[in-house]
Design a protein around this ligand. Sequence first.
Ligand code: AHR
Length: 506
Amino acid sequence: MAKKFAKMIVDKEFKIAEIDKRVYGSFIEHLGRAVYEGIYQPDHPSADKDGFRKDVTALVRELNVPIIRYPGGNFVSNYYWEDGVGPAEDRPKRLELAWRSLETNEVGLNEFAKWAGIAGSEVMMAVNLGTRGVGDACNLLEYCNHEAGTRYSELRIKHGYKTPHKIKTWCLGNEMDGPWQLGSKTPAEYGRIAYETAKAMKLIDPDIELVSCGSSSTSMKTFPEWEAVTLEHTYDHVDYVSLHQYFGNQENDTPNFLAKSMETEHFIKTVIATCDYVKAKKRGKKNINLSFDEWNVWYHSNQADNNIMKKEPWQKAPALLEDIYNFEDALLVGLMLITFIKHADRVKMACLAQLVNVIAPIMTETNGPAWKQTIYYPYLHASRYGRGTALQPVLYSTRHDTREYTDVYDVDAVAVYREEAEEVTIFAVNRDLEEGIEFTCDVRSFDGYELIEHIVLASDDLQAVNSAVKQAVQPRKEENTAINDGILTAVLRKASWNVIRLGKKQ
Ligand code: AHR
């Protein structure tokens, strides 16, 4: 069999676009143990004076999460935000219908916004367009962003928050195409309510940016007609359309699993085409950009979740969606991040769903520490080293076919140039499960650059997982990578996530 290899050229002049840092966003929903026992646990030894776990906040800060979507998710479609503000003793307990749990409202938007500030993140707020509508969304925005002197801004001040939260990014509902969603809608119904809500919200605060709901997955029968119809209504008043994508892995077929980022690529291209069709039809000037505001691997916990929600409903903070990620999940997360960077010209926001305990990179033990899942690492590396300009990768790789996909690159890769820091980072995944692949990259346009480090995440056991007591999967340094005469050479270990950093010689 012919030897497998990959080669790439990166040139500092061949740019895709400046990467919007919000592409490394995440998501916290009032779901399971994401809020209660996740970020918030007043009786935990590490709790701060507001009840938030400092050990979790420290990990969120390490990830440098620029924006966090809140409060849902499916949760938002029946959420009464007023329940979560004001004196704690007056807050009602509610039946939470999306996840059949008990919502105590101990944490609401003020506490969350304060915590997000401490964690170094902006808030991306979602409004309820399921069981509520235009008026409530306006009230919420007035409460959050208006200085003073009106009913809801004064209410916020009375609640102890004199300075407005000035939340810039707002989602117009969540997955409104999904029959599981409380108050789900047809494309025409959603298009109308989203248009009216957007119009009114921008009258209150013209500086906000709005996200119109896209399809909740490519497998929805209404995809991509949903995007075409709804954007025809909302085009003038919104800035982004959302994309959601979760990958399962029930078939025990790793090569096929690792090819799934090709679907992410296809999804992005289809949504861009649909946005541009609406733009053309409207004789519009602006682009609608993409907010990939839910994405991840999600399949380990499904059966347990069904059991809890069916047989033991109405618990506070039940352990829902607690996927324990293995090593191959981390590789697919890395491949999805590479795909977002390649589309930096249109994918401006993305939220790894979610951040703590619920399909999350960070887990907590109720009576113990917070710890890092396998997927923590590619997310950390992309967030840390993937800021700057995405470079057009001229990439050639040998290929293979899988059960569902053909011509799958053995190696996928992209490069990011941080001009001010004079650094270039190459992110690469070797999908091959049997052998290391020789990777060469022409970096001659980066005159005087040398290797800083080659970080690798690799494991002989694709099913290896981390836990509170053992970090079985964690990054280490790769030794044999070099640059000679502007050509970088490396061997990408079998099944590996690679971060190759170059910097200008001092
Ligand atoms: O992230 C978990 C759930 O997945 C969200 O609540 C929903 O929007 C999606 O279906």
